[in-house]
Write a protein that binds this ligand. Structure first.
Ligand code: NDP
Ligand code: ZN
Length: 192
């Protein structure tokens, strides 16, 4: 049973704020791909708050890794920096949710499907929250220039990744299912 009333130490709150600051600095020049081009940092905050509010996650290392989840993949942040500032547990979690940039886009998509079942519970929770946020965005504030077909294909791909993440956190999994069917309905309506 999750302890939703867990009390956090000042050290834990300090680390969470440091992770938020680190991500904000690293993503400072980046925007999401939607037409409004919202600041990139909104997305990792959304992922962390989804873990907190929907998943009931109270593990500080998981919440920190959620804030940092796109820093290795999308910024100049190094593993050494994350290790020095946040320790090996957080670093390993961020690495678990980071794609190998040496692979082609298509290989990366396939690898996410293949490796999802073997990830740690905490990494699976972060991936669930990340996909929830991204499918919501694909329905409501999609990347500029994406056709309806491409948006639908993105939703289809996330389903295959999510299949390998199930049995991890039922609230997050149910929320994914709800957001997915709403996203499909939203996109189908645009198709008419
Ligand atoms: P990308 O990986 O390039 O783009 C999606 C990623 O961008 C998300 O996973 C998210 O990742 C990030 N992102 C940033 N802003 C947004 C936003 N507003 N909404 C949603 N995501 C955002 O996608 P791909 O090019 O890999 O394409 C996805 C699918 O589309 C694939 O399955 C591919 O096969 C298919 N495809 C279809 C094409 C077509 O024309 N029909 C062409 C190319 C691909 P993060 O959280 O990490 O930032
Ligand atoms: Zn992300």
């Amino acid at each position: 049973m999750m302890n939703l009333k867990k009390i956090f130490s000042s050290e834990e709150i300090g680390l969470l704020l440091e992770a938020l600051q680190f991500a904000a600095i690293k993503h400072r020049h980046q925007r999401r791909k939607n037409s409004e081009a919202v600041p990139y940092i909104n997305h990792p905050i959304e992922v962390a708050i989804t873990l907190w509010q929907v998943g009931g996650i109270r593990e500080i290392t998981t919440l920190m890794a959620a804030l940092l989840h796109d820093t290795l993949e999308d910024t100049d942040a190094s593993a050494q920096e994350i290790l020095a500032q946040f320790g090996d547990k957080v670093l390993h979690l961020v690495q678990e949710v980071t794609d190998d940039k040496n692979l082609s886009k298509q290989q990366r998509k396939l690898k996410q499907i293949e490796t999802a079942p073997n990830k740690s519970i905490a990494a699976k929770q972060i991936k669930l929250a990340d996909k929830i946020c991204n499918i919501y965005d694909v329905a409501h504030s999609p990347p500029r220039n994406w056709s309806l077909e491409r948006r639908q294909e993105y939703l289809d791909w996330t389903m295959k990744v999510i299949a390998g993440l199930r049995g991890t956190n039922s609230a997050l999994e149910t929320h994914y299912d709800t957001i997915l069917s709403k996203a499909r309905a939203t996109i189908a309506q645009l198709n008419n």
